[in-house]
Structure formats: structure tokens, C-alpha cells
Design a protein around this ligand. Structure first.
Ligand code: NAD
Ligand code: UDP
Length: 339
């Protein structure tokens, strides 16, 4: 184990803050860093580049208020900061299952190291938890008061139980050491900078549709998810971090519009104008059957609800992948959206 000491500088004065984002070079983290910098904060982005990349934050590197550090959250880290957004953890099933023991370590040791730093510096910290804490839910839609239905030793457990343990640590540090915590339970989120090949359903369907490959439907496609566009999620994070100290969450952040995977496939086919066919494949183990957030608490405490419809968000995401894949747009309007 070794500790690192980040560049020492005084805390920002006035409204601007010094903020650490673990997992900041990932899909969601890169959008969060961008938003925090736009509000004149100093941002330290810490990442081991397991599923994230320097490319995701390349456009931020010339900003003097941005610092990028390669580091693994399972090792301690030191920095004088006001706030910590703890996002480090692979999020897609194929990635978090590729090294399940490290996934569990990332959630548990990452939470311990983050909370230790928060305790030491007096920083506030937000955990990027997940709707997976509800497992394959028997209550629908899911409210924060639901304790979940999780298989503790299945192939998704490294992620689900890792996040559940991280939540436990957050609340114990809050009760024991008065660390100011916020816990966000994030539902499926999508948008530009998702991995083209991390196996998540939105990136899979969009890339398959744009490249004319078959759309892979797992199981009968009747399972449901609710998809939140990334800018809405980031807005929820910031509102949560700025909420009154007594409000710790957990709070659901997600878009309540619920789709079956077959409906999602049809929507992607329509928006891309693709003629890809559907290809049915086996359903992965413990795949949740229904998922939709109850966001009453987020509306009440944070004044937050998503503003981007699934159709609008998908158009934007399709335009991103169309450019990223280096192809000429299949439909001319996509170039306009991507600009
Ligand atoms: P992502 O995989 O794109 O980003 C995760 C980032 O964490 C990557 O940059 C990765 O390199 C980094 N990372 C992983 N392990 C690390 C470690 N040990 N040390 C340092 N960095 C490490 O995933 P994302 O979609 O951006 O998710 C961000 C966070 O939000 C994750 O904690 C995830 O569990 C949570 N979340 C995301 C979703 C979603 O739909 N995107 C849903 C629920 C929860
Ligand atoms: N899925 C699918 N085809 C794909 C990828 C995923 O039908 O090519 C399904 C998957 O079985 C699950 C849903 O889409 O029911 C969401 O999967 P994802 O991996 O995006 O997220 P999670 O299961 O973690 O919610």
C-alpha cells in the first residue's frame, strides 16, 4: 500500500471549490468534471483508466483548474479538497465481471479511502451507488425504502454487494465520525462517451444499428429499464452535493420512463433508420426483470427531475456514435444534432 500526495495548493476561496472526482475519466465522470469546471471549480480527476480513458477528458487538460492523476482507489490517496464525488468503479456487467474481486475491492476499499480522506479534510463526499442495490426487485417502481432482492453470490454480486457495502460504510462514517455524506442511487444512464463495446444495452443497440449488425436482444426482450440522459444525472449529482447537510440520501436519480428492451430496440431502429434485424440471445444470470425509479424524494429534496426525453437523448447519443465510428451519418439530421 502506498499513499500519494496530490499537488499541494490552497483551497479555493469564495464560491469556487476544490473537488476530487474518482473515476473522473469514465463516461459519467468526464461529464461531471466538465460541468464542475464550467462552474469555475478546481477539479482533480483520479482514475486508474480501467474502463475510462485519457481521451474522455482530453478536452479538459489545457484548463489550468484541471488535474488528471492515474491512481487506483484501492490504494490510499491524500488531497486537500472541499468535495469528493466517488465514482470509481466499472459500471457495465462485462467490465465489472471481468475481475470481480477487484470490483469488490474498488467499491469497498475505494469507499474506505474516500471516507478516510473526507474525515481528515472535512470534505463532503457523494457515493455513486446504483439501482443494482435493489437487485431483481420484487417491488415496482423502486423507492429508496425498499431493501432489495440481491443474490449475494451470483455473478452480479461483486458489483451489487460491493455498492451495498460502500453504502454501509458511508452511513457508518456519517454516524461514527460525522462525515458529511450523500448517496445517489443511479439508474441506467446513457449518452456520449459511453464505451462502444462495454456491452451496455444502449451502446450495443446504437452501434449495432449504425453498423448494420443484428440487434442483440437478451431473453425475450420483455425485461424493462428506465434510461436517464447523462446531463440530467450530472445535474442531479450537483443538486445532491449542494443539498442541506442533514439530507444524506440514499436518493434515486433516474428517468422514470420505462421501456422493454424490445421497445428500446424499435426506437433505436426508427431513430437511426437502420434495417438491422433482431437476434435473440440467452438472458444473462440474475438479470433484473423490471426496473424503474420512484423519484418522489429527488423531486422533493433536490427539486430534480429529468428534462431530456429518451427520444431526444437517444438522438444525441446516436449522433455521437455516428461520429465516433467515423462514418458518414445514416440520416442527415444526426450531423446537426452532433454539432
Ligand atoms: P465507467 O466504467 O465509464 O466509469 C468508471 C470509471 O472508474 C472509469 O474511468 C474507470 O477507469 C474508473 N475506475 C474503475 N475502477 C477504478 C479504481 N479501482 N481506481 C480508480 N479508478 C477506477 O462507468 P460510468 O457509467 O461512468 O459509471 C460511473 C459510476 O456511476 C460508477 O461508480 C457506477 O457504478 C455508477 N453507476 C453508473 C450507472 C450507469 O448507468 N452509467 C448506473 C448506476 C451506477
Ligand atoms: N441487453 C440486451 N441486449 C444487449 C445488452 C443488454 O437485451 O445487447 C439487456 C440486458 O439483458 C438487460 C438490459 O438490456 O436486461 C440492460 O442491460 P445493461 O447491461 O445495459 O444494464 P443493467 O443490466 O446493468 O441494467
Amino acid at each position: 500500500m502506498h499513499a500519494i500526495t496530490l499537488r499541494d495548493s490552497k483551497l479555493s476561496s469564495g464560491k469556487a471549490k476544490r473537488i476530487l472526482v474518482t473515476g473522473g475519466a469514465g463516461f459519467v465522470g468526464s461529464h461531471l468534471c466538465e460541468r464542475l469546471l464550467s462552474e469555475t471549480n478546481e477539479v482533480i480527476c483520479l482514475d486508474n483508466f480501467h474502463t475510462g480513458s485519457r481521451t474522455n477528458v482530453a478536452h479538459l487538460r489545457d484548463n489550468p483548474r484541471f488535474e488528471l492523476l492515474r491512481h487506483d482507489v484501492t490504494e490510499p490517496f491524500l488531497a486537500q479538497v472541499d468535495e469528493i464525488y466517488n465514482l470509481a468503479c466499472p459500471a457495465s456487467p462485462i467490465h465489472y465481471q471481468s475481475d470481480p474481486i477487484h470490483t469488490m475491492k474498488t467499491s469497498v476499499l475505494g469507499a474506505l479511502n474516500t471516507l478516510g480522506l473526507a474525515r481528515r479534510t472535512g470534505a463532503k463526499t457523494m457515493l455513486a451507488s446504483t439501482s443494482e442495490v435493489y437487485g431483481d426487485p420484487q417491488v415496482h417502481p423502486q423507492k429508496e425504502s425498499y431493501w432489495g432482492h440481491v443474490n449475494p453470490n451470483g455473478t452480479r454480486a461483486c458489483y451489487d454487494e460491493g455498492k451495498r457495502s460502500a453504502e454501509t460504510l458511508y452511513f457508518d462514517y456519517h454516524r461514527r465520525h460525522a462525515v458529511r455524506i450523500k448517496v445517489a442511487r443511479i439508474f441506467n444512464t446513457y449518452g456520449p462517451r459511453m464505451h462502444a463495446n462495454d456491452g451496455r444495452v444502449v451502446s450495443n443497440f446504437v452501434v449495432q444499428a449504425l453498423t448494420g449488425q443484428p440487434i442483440t436482444i437478451y431473453g425475450d426482450g420483455q425485461q424493462t429499464r428506465s434510461f436517464c440522459f447523462v446531463s440530467d444525472l450530472v445535474d442531479g449529482f450537483i443538486r445532491l452535493m449542494n443539498s442541506r447537510d442533514e439530507f444524506t440520501g440514499p436518493v434515486n436519480l433516474g428517468n422514470p420512463a420505462e421501456f422493454t428492451m424490445l421497445e428500446l430496440a424499435e426506437l433505436v431502429l426508427t431513430l437511426t433508420g437502420s434495417r438491422s434485424r433482431l437476434l435473440f440471445k440467452p438472458l444473462p444470470a440474475d438479470d433484473p426483470k423490471r426496473r424503474r425509479p420512484d423519484i418522489t424524494l429527488a423531486r422533493k429534496e433536490l427539486g430534480w427531475s429529468p428534462t431530456i426525453s429518451t427520444e431526444e437523448g437517444l438522438k444525441n447519443t446516436i449522433a455521437y456514435f455516428d461520429r465516433a465510428l467515423g462514418r458518414k451519418s445514416m440520416t442527415p439530421h444526426l450531423e446537426e444534432i452532433a454539432a
